[in-house]
Design a protein around this ligand. Structure first.
Ligand code: ADP
Ligand code: ASP
Ligand code: MG
Length: 405
């Protein structure tokens, strides 16, 4: 089937009825241009957070299956409303849940991975000339249990559908005009990027640029799905995310990111013996928890401290797992620190240039910002610092690397 376009509208684009009507008009305009349009929608505004808030009023460790049942309702509301809005404007549309259109996932509730998409139903409806609207962020496992794809997961739904439908383009509509050198809400003169590579976008997203979900970029890169991140409130061209092009290497640092959603966990007084680090991280991996930065301190009298960061949402689970484990390995205890932020600079140009780290540390030092942890990869450098210094650090780095308008 030719001429298929997938458009994803984030929660900020469907925050109220007026915005839903705006999206309906936009979708119809593409239909009128001759496209077969598949629309993926997120829950209205902050609905997902509000649903989680409701759950936390009952318990601080809800069964993850039930969390998925709860969270998936958000998207079901928005698809139905958008379909009604499109009908009101005289066009035919049909809304579906993830399970209805065959988005099959594994069983890891709240962060499920898509295994397969059987898009026959979507194709049939497109053939009939309908606009197809799919609930983002959700699927079902082999037992028809409802699952969700991790926060920001509607991006993943859009990429997966673009792939199976062999869409011409996958457009991600949001409340900013594209991907910027840093969060435009933090730095006023942040610059919109015309294009960037999957690799850079993946790093930026993983490091806190919430404009797209990291996992969705990984998938888009793997299958070479062209993405266009743009505003649902204007017609302006946004940011294209594509394969690396040579000129991209000329730019040293492409962007600066801030992540305030991680906590530092320290296992104190770990006997300094081979194999213990492996056991600690095996224990954590067993709980399906991703660890980010890791540092092991210098050993004192045969004991050492091991620190690492996890996303705040996984903190409770991590501490619970470590509680009894620490006794088993005869470590002294576990502490945590939620008052941290991670600031990073990203760019594929770093591969072939040196001096980025020095420049970064110097810019932070000039603001008297202390660095707690450091990690690097080929195309990024991250520093952990105090949470209340996060925005100031971003502004300092954005300026030091000359990224502003
Ligand atoms: P949606 O509801 O469309 O999914 P999100 O709130 O998830 O939107 O993501 C959009 C937000 O991401 C923007 O409002 C912006 O504040 C934030 N953001 C963070 N870093 C960046 C960046 N580098 N470029 C653009 N937006 C960014
Ligand atoms: N509504 C979900 C969330 O808030 C999915 C999404 O917005 O992409 O995480
Ligand atoms: Mg989002």
């Amino acid at each position: 089937m030719k001429n298929i376009i997938v458009q994803k509208y984030g929660g900020s684009s469907v925050g109220n009825i007026q915005k839903i009507m705006n999206v309906a008009k936009k979708v119809i305009s593409y239909k009128n241009k001759g496209f077969k349009v598949v629309v993926v929608v997120s829950a209205l505004g902050d609905t997902t957070d509000e649903l989680l808030e409701l759950a936390s009023g009952i318990t601080d460790s809800p069964p993850e299956r039930e969390l998925d049942m709860l969270m998936a309702t958000g998207e079901q509301v928005s698809v139905a409303l958008l379909a009604m809005a499109i009908h009101k404007f005289g066009k035919e549309a049909i809304s579906f849940t993830g399970a209805q259109v065959g988005i099959m996932t594994d069983s890891s509730h709240t962060k499920a991975r898509i295994i397969d998409v059987n898009a026959q139903r979507i194709r049939r409806e497109l053939e009939k000339g309908k606009i197809v609207i799919v609930a983002g962020f959700q699927g079902a496992n082999i037992d028809q249990e409802i699952t969700t794809l991790g926060r920001g997961g509607s991006d993943m739904t859009a990429v997966a559908l673009a792939k199976v439908l062999k869409a011409k383009m996958c457009e991600i509509y949001t409340d900013v005009e594209g991907v910027f050198t840093t969060d435009p809400r933090v730095v006023k003169n942040a610059r919109k990027l015309e294009s960037l590579s999957y690799e850079e976008m993946l790093e930026m997203a993983s490091l806190g640029a919430q404009v797209m979900q990291a996992r969705s970029i990984e998938a888009a890169g793997k299958f070479n799905i062209p993405l266009h991140v743009r505003s649902s409130f204007s017609k302006k061209v946004g940011t294209y995310i594509t394969k690396e092009v040579r000129a991209m290497e000329d730019v040293l640092v492409r962007g600066v990111t801030l992540n305030k959603d991680e906590a530092k966990v320290t296992v104190c007084g770990v006997p300094d013996k081979p194999g213990l680090a492996a056991r600690i991280f095996e224990e954590i991996a067993g709980g399906n928890i991703n660890v980010d930065m890791i540092i092991q301190n210098v050993s004192r009298k045969g004991f050492t401290d091991v620190s690492f960061t996890v996303v705040c949402g996984d903190l409770k689970k991590t501490l619970k797992l470590l509680e009894s484990f620490v006794k088993k390995i005869k470590a002294k205890g576990v502490t945590f620190d939620k008052g941290i932020a991670k600031v990073s600079v990203v760019g594929i140009g770093m591969r072939s240039h040196s001096g980025v780290a020095a420049k970064m540390f110097k810019a932070l030092a000039a603001k008297k910002i202390n660095i707690g942890m450091i990690s690097t990869s080929e195309i990024k450098i991250s520093c952990v610092l105090r949470k209340d210094k996060g925005e100031e650090a971003v502004r300092a780095l954005h300026k030091a690397f000359g990224l502003g308008r």
